[in-house]
Every structure is written in C-alpha cells, then in structure tokens.
Write a protein that binds this ligand. Structure first.
Ligand SMILES: NC(=O)c1ccc[n+]([C@@H]2O[C@H](COP(=O)([O-])OP(=O)(O)OC[C@H]3O[C@@H](n4cnc5c(N)ncnc54)[C@H](OP(=O)(O)O)[C@@H]3O)[C@@H](O)[C@H]2O)c1
Length: 288
C-alpha cells in the first residue's frame, strides 16, 4: 500500500515510518517540522487537500496532533484548530481521493468516572480541552469518511524524546524526592507495540474503533514503582500522592483505562504492560 503518515517527526509517527517500510509498504512521512519528512501543516485545509491530491495514497495514518495536554487546557481554540479541524481536513482530503484514514485518538475522550475499563463503543464524554479536541477529531472523521479506523491509545512511552519513564528515572538518579499520583489509572503503552498493531490493522479494511493499549491497567504510582524496581532503584522511596496534590492546567480523567475488545476480535492484541516495560528498559540498557 501507499501510506501517508502525518506527524511523522513525532514519537509514534517516526516509528510508524520504520515499521510500515519494513512490512513492504511505500511510506511517505509529513510533519509541520522535522528532518527527512515532507512539510505539511494539517491546520491548513487547502495545503492538506493539495498535498493528498498530488500524492494519492491508499491510506493516511494520522497521529499529527498538538499533544501538550496542559498547553491545550491553556489554549483550547488552538487545540481544536489542530486536533479537531486538522483531522477534519485530513478526513476530507482522504475522502476526496477514496483513501482510508487511521486516526490516533486518546483515552482522554472518556470522563474516567465509570469505575471500570472503557470498551470501544462506550459513551465518550471528554472533561478537558485536549480530550475534547481529540473527540472533535473522532466525530469529524466518522461524519466525513466511512473508510476510517479510530485507534485510541494511552500513556505512551517511546525511545527518544520526552517520556514518563525517563523523567522519573532521571529524577531518581539525581536524588530528587519522588512524588507520584496514585489515583489516576490508565494503561502504560509501548510506542513500538502500538506501531506494530497499527501496521496490522491498516491492511484489514475492518473499519471501526479500536483500543490499542498494552494489556492491564495500573496507577501512575504502580507504573513508576514497577520500572524503578527493575532499573535498580528498588530502595529509592516514592511517595504516593493524589492528583489534587499535583496541580496542573489539565484535569486528567481519573479512571480512564481501556480494554481491547475489537482488536482481539480480529486477532490483534498487545502484550501485558509489564512485559513491554521490561523490553523497553532492556533496549535502553536500563535493566539492573
Ligand atoms: N503520548 C501519549 O501518551 C498519547 C496518549 C494518547 C494518545 N496519543 C495520541 O497519539 C498520537 C501520537 O502521539 P505522540 O506521542 O507521537 O506525539 P508527538 O511526538 O507530539 O507527535 C505529534 C507530531 O505532530 C506534529 N504536529 C503538531 N501540529 C501539527 C500540524 N499542524 N501539522 C502537522 N503536524 C503537526 C508535532 O510537531 P511539534 O512537535 O512541532 O508540535 C509532532 O511531530 C497523537 O495523536 C496523540 O494525541 C498520545
């Protein structure tokens, strides 16, 4: 297949370029900035339509987004412009040439009050501007292009760039006091596993909503304790705090873990998060 990847300089986008090329696809990466990718601002409708029209891909995988969750809370209009209407532009451009779209969405489209893991067709109800903007992206795609996959994911950790694991390990290394939220529940998800799952899904034509997260849920604290122990910081204390004690611009959904029913139905599953973390740490040379 000929596949366009938006946000190709980002964490997931750049991994997708490698994984899809290794599967034999013709892959073109585009981003607003970045090396070795074409320039494309998905916030610009005409530019997006013309780019897609010239390229004529069979499918567009669309992870491009403004992913600064707290930034989105401070500037909700910008969040909608990129994450919501940017996705509308991609959906229209793809529909114009008959291409499918695989959109990367988030567990933050849920309100986190169900007290159980969310399934793919549960009612969405975002409670912060980032979640709302990703939800607008979902709705736009569903309304415009019937050939769509919506892949919701959560708590990504990736090699390179910013991630929760490196931030906590760096703080532990520096001897800083560790305080980690214990009442926010989610699914830690390895960027590499997600890219592999997406590469399996894009060739199926089984359009719909998917929850691609590593199996199992935990609190931020349990996640941190797990990789601290594995990385040689077993004796380093970490204090459990509530989300209220970690003030931030965006209010995260409290219990927004998800379950992967739709992927399992077609044979696409992700391993337990603990195995994925072990693999990540080993590849980073961080296992003690
Ligand atoms: N990271 C997570 O924990 C997480 C959790 C759930 C869902 N997701 C979703 O997963 C997807 C991939 O996340 P990620 O962690 O790979 O994010 P990322 O590293 O921030 O990658 C997103 C890329 O999109 C680019 N971009 C921003 N505005 C753009 C525009 N107007 N036109 C074209 N490209 C633009 C970004 O450029 P700049 O860096 O210059 O802004 C960046 O290169 C996103 O859709 C995100 O919402 C992520």
């Amino acid at each position: 297949m000929k596949i366009l990847v938006t946000g190709a300089a980002g964490r997931l986008g750049s991994k997708l370029l490698t994984v899809l090329a290794a599967s034999g696809h013709e892959v073109i990466g585009a981003d607003i900035v970045g090396d070795n990718v074409s320039r494309l601002d998905i916030g610009d409708f005409e530019a997006t339509r013309d780019f897609v029209d010239n390229l004529r891909p069979d499918a567009i995988i669309h992870p491009a987004a403004w992913t600064d969750v707290d930034g989105c809370a401070k500037d909700p209009e910008k969040a909608i412009a990129i994450n919501g209407f940017g996705t509308q532009h991609v959906a229209l451009a793809a529909a114009n040439i008959g291409a499918s779209v695989l959109y990367i969405s988030s567990n933050e489209v849920f309100d986190g009050i169900a007290g159980r893991a969310y399934r793919e067709y549960d009612i969405t109800n975002p409670i912060n501007p980032y979640g709302y903007s990703k939800w607008v992206g979902e709705r736009s795609l569903v309304n415009i292009n019937p050939k769509h996959y919506i892949v919701r994911t959560a708590w990504l950790f990736a090699h390179g760039g910013k991630n929760f694991i490196q931030a906590i390990l760096n703080a532990a290394q520096a001897g800083k006091r560790l305080r980690v939220v214990s009442d926010e529940i989610g699914n830690p998800t390895y960027n590499d596993d997600l890219a592999e799952a997406i590469s399996k899904l894009i060739i199926t034509g089984r359009y719909g909503i998917y929850h691609f997260v590593n199996e199992g849920a935990c609190s931020r604290y349990e996640f941190a304790r797990y990789f601290l122990n594995k990385a040689g910081f077993k004796d380093t204390p970490a204090e459990k705090i509530s989300a209220a004690e970690w003030p931030r611009a965006s209010l995260p959904p409290a219990y927004a873990s998800m379950t992967n029913l739709a992927g399992k139905h077609i044979g696409i599953t992700l391993r337990p998060w603990q195995e994925a973390v072990d693999d990540f740490l080993a590849k980073e040379g961080l296992t003690q």
